[in-house]
Design a protein around this ligand. Structure first.
Ligand code: HEC
Ligand code: HEC
Length: 171
């Protein structure tokens, strides 16, 4: 887009996105593929549209088996149930039985990033054609838990991955 369209895209330095790797220089917070895609979506659309797209992207990311993009076809897939790099990477490492420093981990996160870019571009193209519709929503537990806890906390990650014991009635 920087080459084909020029302004304003040529004003966005790629360096602005590097901090996202490892969920913020390895803090394991939100996956850097998502933060980068969300920044682009947000730059190009109004608040209501970007919020709908980012919600769809984050929900899909959490529920999809990644990575889909596997040019060499040797990477184990996993579902993260979370947008957090910490949860996403740890779940995948456990599923694949390799260490963080294994080259397969780079392939996994690279493939995952390609998955995120693909959905982001599809959503933006659909929106440009006037037919973007959200296909994904946060896990059903979120609505259930938040019906009582929306004044106590904030978030849309699947509550049960961290508060498993709270799935039984506790009130
Ligand atoms: C019907 C209402 C209701 C629902 C639904 C509900 N909770 Fe609660 N939850 C409560 C009440 C009431 C307490 C006790 C509040 C207190 O002690 O201040 C509580 C306490 C908690 C606590 C301990 C924090 C605290 O303030 O003591 C956590 C964590 C929690 N709930 C998580 C969840 C999760 C996760 C879900 C969904 C799986 C959920 N809750 C669903 C009503 C609910
Ligand atoms: C990635 C892990 C994680 C996820 C996902 C998560 N929580 Fe929490 N939650 C925590 C931690 C850590 C705390 C603070 C320590 C504690 O109280 O357990 C906390 C605290 C809370 C508290 C206050 C507990 C207290 O003692 O006052 C509530 C209520 C709560 N979470 C509800 C939710 C709900 C509802 C969801 C889903 C929308 C959710 N959490 C998702 C990790 C998580």
């Amino acid at each position: 887009m920087q080459d084909e369209i020029g302004h304003p895209y040529n004003m966005v330095p790629q360096k602005a996105f590097l901090w996202g790797s490892g969920g913020g220089y390895k803090w394991g917070a939100t996956c850097g593929a998502l933060t980068s895609a969300a920044q682009i979506i947000n730059l190009m659309h109004d608040k209501e549209t970007s919020s709908a797209m980012i919600n769809n992207l984050y929900a899909w990311y959490s529920q999809e088996e990644h990575p889909n993009y596997q040019p060499e076809g040797q990477v184990v897939t996993s579902v993260s149930d979370s947008v957090l790099c910490h949860v996403s990477v740890s779940t995948w490492l456990a599923a694949s039985g390799v260490d963080e420093s294994d080259p397969l981990k780079k392939k996994r996160c690279g493939g995952l990033t390609a998955d995120v870019v693909k959905l982001t571009v599809e959503m933006m193209n659909n929106h440009a054609d006037g037919n973007f519709a959200a296909m994904f929503a946060p896990a059903a537990t979120v609505d259930g838990c938040m019906s009582c806890h929306k004044e106590d906390t904030v978030g849309k990650d699947d509550c049960s991955i961290c508060h498993e014991e709270k799935e039984v009635e506790h009130w």
